[in-house]
Design a protein around this ligand. Structure first.
Ligand SMILES: [Zn+2]
Length: 697
């Protein structure tokens, strides 16, 4: 699956993550050979909380983030092949090296066919066999390119799209089952337009001109390499960019795309066909193997209309060029040189990287995307302990019970809404580390060969496609820890899913800086405890609250409670609207509201649970800091973050999370305990008048 495609699935699955932030390059594997040794540089430690990270020359009342993280920030350098650095990315780097070591062992294990070791090992060997990939050149893609060039009728377009969808390439149209937002016991087939490769804002923002220029140059190089003259390739690149801009403009924005009121457009196949007469939907569904479909969810009606308009008004040649581009770009990273090198080079420039990641690390990222459960099984066996799973599970119980206490005592919820909220919290299914035995996805039937990189990727894509297709009409059993690259056991993350009212806390995140076995309570509560609280309160943020305890979109709020919630969250919107992320660019409080609500909820619950665990008594000072002070410093250090300009611009426009350097102090300003711990006073930059503090959960 392309990352564009998984992004749309993720938005529609409404997952609320702890962090987003994986770019296209994360799942790719460049073909440039680089020595393994040079790659094995681990980031500087220590990764966990440390008083040495603080800069005590700064007053916490003036700039709390600099006070808590300043020394660390000053010493951190963004690695050449990364877009940013901070606790998250440093832990990711550590895990990547652990995964590389497991993968190298697997590649020489001679394990039985279908075992996780064989699949991971042979995937790696095929991906690293660059001589063979170079030798094959464009040959493996030629049938698909020929089909693109010959596509003229609505049935041709349907067949091309179906094949790209099954193979995991670049489909014009995506049809995929998702949980029915109004009946979480069944699924509905989602239909959504594909075909764009930049973010919506990047097609139009003045600041994104650099990216558009790079993208157009990339298309030109690829088309020329595929046999076009320089003039023809340049003209086609202009056409392709124009088509993508036309497709993108009318689509829902990232924020709109997770609003069930806008996306729940369930209709018959005939109604959907009327929106898109240029693609034969009967043929599409038939090619995909769907029988007797009686309804479709067209998640973005204007998006489908704009695809239809492009197909209707553009010349046959333009459409064929566009299909060739989708085929080529959707698969380039699985080919030999020069194809992969061109894709890699474009991404490197787009992301402002000094160099691309070493090949073997990119292959490991690709394995984590494609064979996410086989690789995760190897990982948890070696690197994840039962003791951690037990300890964190008991912390989950404590934070959940703290939330329950607070819901019962909540001053602004009325009784009917309170009862519904309590039921929702009580029914939340929370899993720690990795899925239950029966919930691991069984990849063993997928034929992974040591000499067929493109084929391995296509067979995995086809396996995932058929598995989901065949479950369309089965009772819903949500997949757990199975949303790469965001939430699998090897992803540094945690996620709440409204349709299943469930939380996954990955094995990978259960280590410093998030969790230290036997560590200082003040630190563990206000890091991993706050992460748990963050995910719990996602069920009650402005998106999660639209779903009831059973995971159905249903309004369970009284008008009074609804108005109170709106008033309180509006304070957060206004606060974050004030924060600057780059000169002339501010954070959008509206875009980041759900995550800021969860951050505030998370640290509030964690701090309260910490004080309950200590029975209200502060532990002795450590490093000259009280328990509460260490709690808040540890929280800020969790969000230590430094990024390249393009990365900040990208996140500010598209990420539901505020920038890390705002998460480090923004939510804290709403806590009375924070002001008490550091003695802030009116007039201090960190001061927020009590009436302006958002008190939600
Ligand atoms: Zn979140």
């Amino acid at each position: 699956m392309t990352s564009r495609f998984s992004r749309s699935l993720q938005a529609l699955a409404c997952l609320s993550l702890l962090t987003a932030g994986t770019t296209l390059s994360a799942q790719t594997a460049p073909l440039v050979e680089r020595p393994t040794r040079a790659a094995a540089q681990l980031p500087p430690g220590p990764l966990g909380y440390s008083a040495a990270h603080m800069d005590r020359t700064v007053s916490p009342r003036v700039d709390f983030y600099a006070f808590a993280t300043g020394n660390w920030l000053n010493n951190l350098e963004i690695p050449d092949a990364e877009t940013d650095i901070g606790g998250f990315s440093m832990l990711k780097a550590t895990i990547k090296h652990q995964l590389l070591s497991l993968t190298l062992q697997a590649s020489v294990s001679g394990a039985a066919k279908g075992s996780p070791e064989q699949q991971v090992g042979d995937f790696y060997r095929a991906a690293m066999n660059t001589a063979r990939l170079d030798q094959l050149g464009l040959e493996p893609l030629k049938p698909a390119l020929a089909a693109a060039t010959a596509a003229t009728t609505p049935a041709d377009l349907a067949r091309h799209s179906a094949q790209q969808l099954i193979d995991g390439g670049g489909p014009l149209l995506v049809a995929w089952p998702i949980t029915d937002a109004r009946d979480s016991t069944r699924r509905v087939l989602m239909l959504v337009a594909g075909g764009t490769q930049l973010e919506q804002n990047q097609y139009t923002d003045a600041a994104s001109q650099r990216i558009r220029d790079l993208y157009r140059a990339y298309i030109t190089r690829m088309m020329q390499q595929a046999g076009e003259s320089p003039e023809q390739a340049a003209a086609h690149a202009r056409t392709i960019l124009a088509i993508e801009t036309e497709l993108s403009a009318p689509r829902l924005t990232p924020l709109q795309s997770r609003d069930p009121a806008l996306t729940y457009n369930v209709m018959t196949v005939e109604q959907a066909q009327a929106l898109l007469p240029t693609v034969d939907l009967g043929e599409l569904l038939g090619q995909l193997g769907y029988k007797a479909i009686d309804r479709l969810q067209v998640t973005d009606i204007e998006g489908i209309r704009s695809l239809n308009k492009v197909l209707q008004t553009r010349s046959r040649e333009d459409v064929q060029v566009f299909l060739r581009w989708l085929t080529l770009s959707g698969n380039a990273r699985l080919l030999g040189q020069p194809w992969f090198g061109m894709a890699e080079d474009y991404e490197r420039q787009r992301d402002q990287l000094v160099r691309a990641e070493p090949r073997e690390e990119q292959v490991v990222n690709a394995i984590a995307m494609q064979l996410f459960h086989p690789l995760s099984r190897l990982y948890v066996k070696t690197y994840f302990s039962d003791a951690t799973r037990r300890d964190v599970s008991s912390m989950v119980a404590q934070i959940r019970s703290e939330f329950e206490v607070r819901l019962r005592a909540n001053p602004w919820l009325d009784e009917p809404t309170r009862q519904q909220a309590l039921e929702k919290l009580q029914r939340m299914d929370i899993q720690v580390g990795y899925p239950k035995d029966s919930d691991w996805i069984d990849f063993s039937g997928v034929d992974i060969r040591p000499d067929d990189h493109l084929g391995n990727n296509q067979r995995i894509a086809a396996f995932r496609f058929r598995r989901d297709r065949d479950r369309l009409n089965q009772p819903v059993q949500p997949d757990r820890f199975s949303n790469p690259p965001y939430t699998t056991p090897v992803s540094v993350n945690a996620a709440y899913s409204p349709p299943s009212n469930s939380i996954d806390i990955t094995a990978a995140i259960l280590q410093p800086p998030f969790y230290t076995p036997g560590g200082d309570k003040a630190v563990n509560y206000c890091t991993i405890g706050a992460v748990i609280g963050h995910e719990l309160t996602h069920g009650f943020d402005s998106n999660g609250r639209l779903y009831d305890a059973a995971g159905n979109v249903k309004d369970w709020w009284t008008p009074a409670a609804n108005a109170e919630f709106g008033k309180r969250t509006q304070l957060l919107v206004e606060q974050f609207n004030q924060y600057s992320v780059l000169p002339g660019l501010v954070q959008s409080g509206r875009l980041t509201l759900t995550e800021n609500t969860a951050d505030l909820g998370g640290i509030t619950l964690a701090h309260a649970a910490l004080n309950r665990a200590l029975k209200g008594k502060q532990t002795p000072r450590v490093d000259g800091l009280t328990t509460d002070q260490r709690c808040f410093v540890a929280w800020a250090q969790l969000w230590t973050f430094k990024a390249r300009t393009e990365r900040i611009r990208y996140l500010a426009a598209n990420d539901f999370h505020a920038l890390g350097f705002l998460r480090g102090f923004g939510p804290l300003r709403n806590l009375d305990a924070f002001h008490k711990a550091f003695g802030t006073r009116p007039g201090d930059p960190m001061w927020l008048a009590p009436a302006q503090r958002a008190r939600i959960w």
